[in-house]
Design a protein around this ligand. Structure first.
Ligand code: ZN
Length: 512
């Protein structure tokens, strides 16, 4: 990073913001892993105070002076110089936060705690009406936020920009139409296949053994435990406090083996990204989301999700992986898996059958869950769908896309936490991650013919190195589309994803 003085001064300001944001991440990690329930109220206040402090640091006259001096200092540099990019990113964040009134940010933050508590109760009682008034406020505030942040075609565009810069309601519509066309016939064909054996997934799997297998799995994929940890939580997540300390979490279900196993593989993918960011970017703008006020090395939610889905689905949920490693799993659970072959295990964990719950969905129906949420979010943001009509719209979409009748709100419109925490606009990133994962995998294997054989024989270091070079090392230096263009020669393209699903899930391929 720059060490001449105007740029160093700006870097010092950004580093201070990054430190505060990382402190928030530690408090958040603790609140989701270790903290007793009683700590929630005051923890919320602590995080809110620190968020205010981060914003104060970013918008202070000192930062403003440092930014003005740095702008001068980079004028002579080449257009693609690192220092120019650093200054531009700080400028953009400062301009963004100046457009949003502090009172609106505070109102949104305050509503979050109340709305989430209401959502927890509404979901427990499966009663949408308990959550509806809070969602109405959340949507009203999001619409005000969108108007302040600015949008051209659709108010949703301002929300998506927080997670997936460059995407809009209309670009997503196009992407989703292509995916839907490819996915629906694949799903129908998969459902017409004879049933597979899955009984053994639901046997008794003690948590300690699941954990030791999960840790070994994370290490096998390349997770550095000198710079990371695996802990237990209710809703699995990954968080980094700089690249030198990256935490992953999982949840163990004693009566269902895949949940923690694939969950751990997923979070490991996120962790590898964070551990792989160039050390020179530590505490810099390239490891800080100054707009979302979050210390993170990944460049967008979708890019992050591409890494988790790649390791979870392309590597671990593959026939090769289980042919190689099933005996290791068996050694942890010799009785439970005594009567199972690697191919039976693979067939069971790639069983495609639509269900009500997004987080439990198979690869073929997962994106349909995402798409219906995005349709609903767009309609809420432009006012064409009143909150009161939401359960009806939800149930109709599940019936149309998955052929299922939603039995109650808990398994329907109340299942996800996102809307209660004000996260409107983040759902598209899940599907973008799926698309990007397949595109990267196809391109990297085409560029290096030794990569696929290495993965097939259980050597994951070459894949780790290739992803590190293409994606991880760059941190937030480039946006998602630029990263894709540099590593695959084009922007986001759904074709490799549909080809991957076609190969993996077409009838006849399951028992080759
Ligand atoms: Zn994820």
């Amino acid at each position: 990073m720059p060490n001449n003085s105007p740029l160093a001064a700006l870097q010092a300001r950004v580093a201070a913001v990054n430190d505060v944001l990382n402190a928030i991440s530690v408090l958040t990690w603790d609140s989701r892993t270790m903290m007793p329930a009683g700590g929630a109220q005051t923890r919320g206040l602590q995080i809110s105070t620190l968020t205010g402090l981060a914003l104060e640091l970013l918008l202070s006259p000192l930062t403003e002076a440092a930014l003005a001096a740095a702008e001068q200092a980079v004028q002579e540099l080449a257009p693609d110089a690192l220092e120019r990019s650093m200054v531009a990113q700080v400028q953009q964040a400062v301009a963004h936060h100046r457009r949003i009134p502090a009172s609106l940010t505070q109102e949104r933050a305050a509503l979050r705690t109340v709305a989430q508590a209401a959502w927890i109760e509404a979901r427990a009682r499966s009663d949408f009406t308990l959550f509806a008034p809070h969602l109405e406020k959340t949507v009203a505030l999001a619409r005000r936020y969108a108007d302040c942040a600015g949008w051209r075609e659709h108010p949703y565009d301002a929300m998506v920009a927080l997670y997936e810069p460059g995407e809009t309601a209309s670009s997503l519509k196009q992407l989703f139409a292509t995916l839907r066309q490819g996915l629906l016939p694949l799903l129908a064909a998969a459902q017409a296949q004879p049933p597979r054996r899955r009984d053994f997934l639901f046997r008794d799997f003690p948590e300690a053994e699941q954990r030791s297998f999960g840790l070994a799995l994370a290490e096998k994929l390349g997770f550095d435990l000198q710079r990371g940890r695996l802990d237990t939580t209710v809703h699995p997540f990954e968080v980094s406090f700089t690249r030198e300390d990256v935490r992953i979490t999982t949840r163990y279900r004693r009566d269902y083996l895949p949940a923690s196993m694939f969950g751990t593989a997923h979070e490991t993918g996120h962790a590898l990204y964070e551990q792989g960011v160039d050390p020179a970017y530590t505490r810099s703008v390239f490891a800080t989301d100054l707009i979302g006020l979050y210390a993170v090395g990944g460049t967008s939610f979708g890019a992050h999700e591409s890494q988790s889905r790649l390791w979870e689905n392309h590597v671990v949920r593959s026939r090769d992986f289980w042919r190689l490693h099933f005996t290791e799993l068996q050694s942890h659970f010799p009785e439970q898996l005594a009567d199972v072959t690697p191919d039976e295990f693979y067939a069971a964990v790639t069983h495609a059958e639509p269900g009500f719950i997004r987080v439990e969905a198979d690869e073929l129906s997962y994106d349909l869950h995402v798409m219906l949420r995005v349709d609903i979010e767009c309609a809420l943001m432009d006012g064409s769908l009143p909150v009161a009509d939401l359960p009806g719209a939800w149930n109709a979409a599940i019936q149309r896309d998955l052929g299922l009748t939603v039995p109650n709100d808990a398994q329907g419109v109340l299942q996800d936490v996102h809307w209660s925490t004000g996260y409107i606009g983040s759902f598209p990133s899940y599907t973008i991650g799926n698309v990007m994962a397949a595109q990267l995998m196809a391109a990297l294997q085409a560029q290096d013919s030794t990569l696929a054989p290495a993965i097939q024989s259980g050597h994951y270091a070459p894949l780790k190195a290739a992803l590190g070079q293409a994606i991880w090392q760059h941190g937030r230096r480039f946006g998602r589309e630029e990263l894709l263009a540099r590593s695959t020669g084009r922007g986001l393209d759904p074709a490799p994803y549909l080809a991957y699903l076609q190969t993996k899930y077409s009838p006849g391929t399951a028992h080759q």
